[in-house]
Ligand binder design. Structure first.
Ligand SMILES: [Zn+2]
Ligand SMILES: [Zn+2]
Ligand SMILES: [Zn+2]
Ligand SMILES: [Zn+2]
Ligand SMILES: [Zn+2]
Ligand SMILES: [Zn+2]
Length: 367
């Protein structure tokens, strides 16, 4: 609280009269000769209240001498070493509440140093949970959304990845209503997107095969069955089975199939289809780049080609996910091809695959 000082008492106590016999006194402020009454303040003599004002401290808010107080009648306030002419000027000098804007005396401070006049205003300033709307002092941030502890634990949507997915699918996956609206659940729709992806890749990358590929839209349970293990991270699968004549190397029979997970967004489905089609291109052009030994190259190549296509389709945002895949072989492989691309473009990527392919052919022949 500010200290209140009575100024008028001070001033009036030092009203003196000049005796005409002495040397004329001069006002300390304006220098005029003093005739009659004068004021003495802290050992200095001044002629009028106006000149006295020049000696007094200035109001920290309005800049007027504190004697010009608005409505305080000669009183002024001192707070934290500063002077104020009036209660009004003092309150104006106070920090404002971050919520209601009222001047804050004392009050509450948040972690960023913002002040609030009361507990209510402080609570109103807190971020609200994106699901339940509760004000939170601590929260979990997911993709720029803030959640309270309880809501952060709600089931995540398979599309947007945010918690609070309302719909549970038969295979146990969960999806939010918004993502469900645009999700691809229909085989014919999936086929249409797949055909377009294949055409776009042939046009854009000049990479294509004549393989007859069967496309199958499956749920997570079916996909796990095909892949042979429980999969939570794979959204598609490329299947190739061929019989090759010993000696001649002639392909006697071949079966190509691509499985894609249902309920993906059209954008994600395009990304997955491009990835699996890259495996098909890999199979046709670089058949020796296959198996566990070449997993990094195989998956990296598929991630790289699908990333190029995502950029072409204006859905580049999906590519950041490719650096956060749980399986490190996908990430390392992808980074390797990005590096090759930076230095020598797509040609460097294809050259690298060709080199791996022929190196493996030689080692096979030696065996
Ligand atoms: Zn004067
Ligand atoms: Zn003032
Ligand atoms: Zn307030
Ligand atoms: Zn909540
Ligand atoms: Zn969603
Ligand atoms: Zn793959």
């Amino acid at each position: 609280m500010p200290r209140r000082i009575l100024l008028s008492a001070l001033c009036l106590a030092f009203l003196f009269s000049v005796s005409s016999a002495e040397d004329p006194l001069r006002c300390f402020v304006c220098g005029k000769k003093i005739k009659g009454a004068y004021i003495e303040y802290e050992g200095k003599i001044v002629c009028t209240q106006a000149c006295l004002g020049a000696l007094l401290p200035k109001c920290g808010t309005c800049g007027q001498p504190v004697s010009a107080g608005k409505g305080l009648k000669g009183e002024y306030l001192k707070h934290n070493g500063r002077y104020y002419c009036s209660q009004e000027c003092f309150e104006q000098s106070l920090p404002k509440c971050g919520t209601c804007g009222k001047p804050v005396k004392g009050g509450l401070k948040d972690q960023e140093g913002k002040l609030y006049c009361c507990r209510d205003c402080y609570r109103q300033s807190l971020p609200k949970c994106a699901i339940c709307g509760q004000p939170m002092e601590a929260w979990t941030e997911i993709a720029d959304h803030r959640y309270c502890q309880a809501c952060a634990k709600l089931p995540r949507c398979l599309g947007c990845q945010l918690p609070g997915a309302e719909v549970e699918l038969d295979d146990g996956r969960t999806i939010c209503k918004k993502c469900l609206e645009g999700a691809v659940v229909d085989q014919a729709e999936a086929q249409r997107i797949f055909d377009q992806v294949r055409k776009d890749m042939a046009d854009r990358l000049k990479l294509k095969t004549e393989h007859e590929i069967g496309l199958k839209l499956v749920d997570a349970r079916e996909l796990s069955g095909v892949v042979g293990h429980r999969t939570m991270h794979e959204n598609g699968y490329y299947h190739y089975k061929g019989t090759v004549e010993q000696g001649s190397g002639r392909v006697l029979s071949a079966e190509y199939r691509i499985y894609v997970l249902s309920h993906l967004s059209p954008e994600r489905l395009r990304d997955v289809a491009a990835h699996e089609l890259a495996h098909d291109i890999n199979q046709a052009r670089y058949p020796n780049v296959a198996g566990a030994k070449h997993k990094q190259a195989v998956e990296g190549f598929a991630q790289y080609l699908s990333a190029v296509m995502n950029k072409h389709w204006g859905q580049e945002a999906l590519n950041t996910d490719k650096l956060n895949v749980v399986d490190p072989d996908y990430v390392k492989g992808f980074q390797k091809f990005l590096e090759l691309d930076r230095d020598g473009g797509m040609k460097a990527v294809l050259d690298h695959m060709a080199k791996l392919n022929s190196a493996d052919a030689r080692s096979k022949n030696r065996r």
